[in-house]
Ligand binder design. Structure first.
Ligand SMILES: [Mg+2]
Length: 382
């Protein structure tokens, strides 16, 4: 028997450095564990307000054209027999924590990118494919959830591969195989090519990844600038050197809400905005992030949308300060019409750990009282 060691790895296996794991119809799958009588039926997890959207649909409901982000009212028309359940994010977060613990017990370097999604660094594993098969079996056994897995030389290939054969997919591709398999797919299947970019590419007759990969570089650079032009061509060839565990730097975080009925009472607007500011700051504190620029977004009933922002002297995630600034920006704008949507944002984010104000924001985030008036001390507009 040949000795086991890195030298025995086939050239192909050495290429398989990254996996993307994605639980199938995660929210619905969790609901089906609690409501086994709904198995095999179209099930949709969606909010209940008139402007609610679908968060997840079971594969039975997807056959009727119901998918994520579809307005719930439209989903009800498309699939009147579907069972609609309200989302229970607390339950989803609990299952997610167990799922990610399991993933981390199999693979050391993991980059969680959503409640049900993660990139796994497979470098150094003797048999990456066998390791991923074992993990999938273990997840199914202990959490009773199915996952789809993509394995490839980089995050782009892994992500697109995990999406290619859902549910319970297991797709292993080299970069060259990915180029061949997805040659006729639209560019937007590749992460980093959003709907707006896809529309601009379509206007240039670049409607497939093969067409984009073959496009003259000068054309892309002329339309998208040198950086993005080159990056689009690389992505079309599934070239990517982003490491697992180095997620894109988050520049800002926000919360916004479209109201079931437009808000007319300034007090209701203030309450809604303060609530969102508090939620946002708790999330920032949980991720140990702080930022200096606090902004609001207001959309009126005629769809006029305005943003206002103010930069404070020190980065913060203090809910009292953030909501005080946000409320002042709102009262300065003084919406002249009923308000359809409100949002609050903290931008210019940095890691709280890297700052000398380390402990303070986290404490502020837990204690949302007692810091009133701080905006005034900081010389903010009154
Ligand atoms: Mg998923």
């Amino acid at each position: 028997m040949p000795p086991l060691g890195a030298t025995d790895l086939s050239a192909r296996d050495r290429q398989l450095r990254v996996a993307h794991l994605d639980a199938d119809a995660f929210y619905v799958a969790i609901e089906l564990l609690r409501h086994p009588e709904l198995r095999g039926k179209p099930v949709v997890v969606a909010g209940s307000g008139p402007r609610a959207v679908v968060t997840t649909a079971s594969y039975e409901a997807r056959r009727h054209g119901v998918g994520s982000a579809l307005p719930a009212a439209r989903a009800r028309r498309l699939c009147p027999d579907a069972v609609f359940l309200p989302p229970d994010f607390r339950a989803y977060r609990e299952v997610s924590a167990r799922l990610m613990r399991l993933v981390r017990s199999h693979v050391e370097k993991v980059e969680v990118v959503g409640l049900d999604e993660a990139y796994l660094d497979l470098e150094g594993l003797y048999s990456p494919r066998a390791a991923m098969r074992r993990l999938v079996v273990e997840i199914e056994r202990s959490l009773r959830l199915t996952c789809s897995v993509g394995v490839g030389p980089n995050k782009l290939v892994a992500k697109v591969a995990s999406d290619a054969d859902k549910p319970a997919g297991f797709v292993v591709l080299t970069r060259e195989q990915a180029c061949a398999r997805f040659a006729s797919s639209p560019p937007a299947i590749v992460p980093g090519i959003g709907p707006k970019t896809a529309a601009r590419l379509a206007a240039l007759e670049l409607r497939t990844l093969a067409a984009l990969a073959a496009a003259p570089q000068e054309l892309l650079i002329a339309h998208f600038g040198p950086n993005m032009g080159r990056e689009l061509a690389r992505r079309a060839r599934f070239e990517h050197d982003g490491e697992v565990g180095s997620p894109r730097k988050v520049a800002s975080e926000s919360r916004e809400r479209t109201f079931d009925t437009d808000l007319r009472d300034p007090q209701h607007m203030r309450e809604a905005l303060a609530r969102m500011a508090s939620e946002l700051c708790h999330s920032l504190a949980a991720h140990r992030r702080i930022g200096r620029t606090i902004g609001i977004k207001v959309r009126l009933d005629d769809f006029t949308t305005v943003t206002r922002a103010h930069t404070v002297p020190e980065p913060t995630c203090d809910p009292a300060l953030v909501s005080e600034v946000a409320l002042r920006l709102l009262s300065q704008y003084a919406p002249a019409r009923p308000v359809r949507l409100l949002g609050v944002r903290v931008a210019g984010l940095s890691a709280a750990d890297a700052s000398s104000h380390d402990a303070e924001p986290a404490r502020g985030a837990r204690d949302s009282t007692g810091t009133g008036g701080r905006a005034r001390q900081l010389g903010l507009p009154v």
